[in-house]
Design a protein around this ligand. Structure first.
Ligand SMILES: *Cc1c(COP(=O)(O)O)cnc(C)c1O
Length: 401
């Protein structure tokens, strides 16, 4: 049956998305205004991109200030704005190097190349395989669809890029068993976002770190969704107390401006010398100025603690909602403001019902809807969200009764 809210709207855009027939024309904080004037509470944040909500004054200021000065010069020249952001990111993390990209897929692609090149530069070009996790999502380029392993994204696009060996998510014994003479490292999301807000068993990242050290392979994290403050830490791996060798970042890093990065320790990045990698747009003055403004807010004293606190408060309210509607909500998942509800009703129906209550949520794997509010969300808005989710559950109870 055709879904009335997913009718094919006539458009010249390549129809790779089943788009909802809603167009937003303005945003402010956690609110979006549609072309018909309706106001929506945004718990999608452009899929964890608008970390500071819509039209944050500090970001508007950075955009206009830099926009009037200089947008783009190419990486053939020094870019002080990129150097400044890179310095701040390396100061705040395990990494010694940063390479800026325009998207998450490019960031993961760069992370994969860095891991492969590390072993080539160490005299082991045969070590180009990465152990990956079932249910992963790493982007839509040829290498990242192969890394993600979802057949729906791979089929019909020619030979799959070689060198990705999937194991069940969170299964340390399976990782051990998969390590061979061609293994370069392990590629993993600390929390699987698209896969359904899946949190691995406690201690998994620590066990991976120890295993990688023992076997001389690299730990490569995809923090495209879990990073930039989402979990109440700047990066989700900080919750585990261990650090990776290489990491991919994007989504929240530009607050809505296309920006990503891959980062590495000096050792892991040793193969990436002059000429080995490049980008035309990546890290231009406009993008990196905005990235610095995002970081100013996220790293301001108290901001991340507030995200963690809001996450705990909101999760408690979700738990109460689950108790009220056990027929609708099966499980609450996630950390900080990277949250998901596993449902007992189809997540696509729930998403539509929430939209009828003027609230945006995002479906994910394992019949989950993701709740990804802007990190600047206020207590009153979280209460408003609980009210709208309650009404959504009531609608769904009516529908399933
Ligand atoms: C969104 C996402 C990507 C891909 O990012 P794009 O900007 O869409 O290319 C990669 N990895 C993870 C974990 C993501 O959530």
């Amino acid at each position: 049956m055709p879904d009335p809210q997913h009718t094919a709207v006539p458009s010249s855009l390549l129809p790779t998305y089943a788009r909802a027939d809603v167009a937003f024309v303005r945003g402010e904080g956690a609110w979006l205004e549609a072309s018909d004037g309706a106001r929506y509470l945004d718990f999608g944040a452009g899929i964890a991109v608008c970390a500071l909500g819509h039209s944050h004054p500090k970001l508007v200021e950075a955009l206009t200030r830099q926009g009037e000065k200089l947008w783009h010069v190419s990486n053939l020249f020094r870019i002080p704005e990129a150097e400044a952001l890179g310095q701040r990111l390396t100061d705040a993390t395990f990494a010694d190097y940063v390479f800026f990209t325009n998207s998450g897929a490019e960031a993961v692609e760069g992370a994969i190349k860095t891991a492969r090149k590390y072993h080539a530069a160490s005299g082991h070009p045969e070590r180009f395989h990465l152990i990956t996790m079932e249910g992963a999502f790493h982007g839509r380029t040829l290498a990242t669809i192969a890394a993600g392993g979802n057949p729906k994204y791979i089929e019909g696009f020619g030979p799959k890029v070689e060198g990705f060996d999937p194991v069940p998510f969170g299964d340390i014994e399976a990782v051990k068993a998969a390590i061979g003479p061609q293994t370069a490292g392990v590629l993993v999301e600390p929390i699987q976002g698209e896969g359904g807000m899946r949190v691995p068993p406690h201690g998994f990242l620590r066990q991976l770190r120890e295993l990688c050290d023992e076997r001389g392979i690299l730990l490569v994290l995809d923090e495209v969704q879990s990073g930039m403050g989402r979990t109440g830490k700047l990066f989700a791996h900080e919750l585990s107390g261990v650090t990776p060798d290489i990491m991919a970042v994007a989504k929240g890093i530009g607050g809505g401006f296309p920006l990503g990065a891959f980062m590495a320790t000096k050792e892991a990045g040793k193969g990436m010398t002059v000429g080995t990698h490049g980008t035309t747009y990546g890290g231009n003055p406009l993008a990196t100025s905005i990235g610095s403004a995002v970081l100013d807010v996220i790293l301001a004293p108290g901001f991340l603690d507030a995200v963690a606190h809001k996450g705990i408060v909101f999760k408690q309210k979700l738990a109460a909602l689950k108790d009220q509607f056990p027929n609708i909500i099966a499980e609450i998942r996630g950390e900080g403001l990277l949250l998901g509800l596993r449902l007992n009703v189809p997540n696509t129906d729930f998403t539509l019902a929430a939209r009828s209550e003027k609230m945006i949520v995002i479906p994910a794997g394992e019949n989950v809807v993701r709740l990804l509010p802007p990190l600047i969300i206020e207590e009153a808005e979280m209460n408003e969200a609980i009210g709208r989710l309650e009404k959504t559950c009531m609608r769904m109870s009516g529908a399933s009764a």
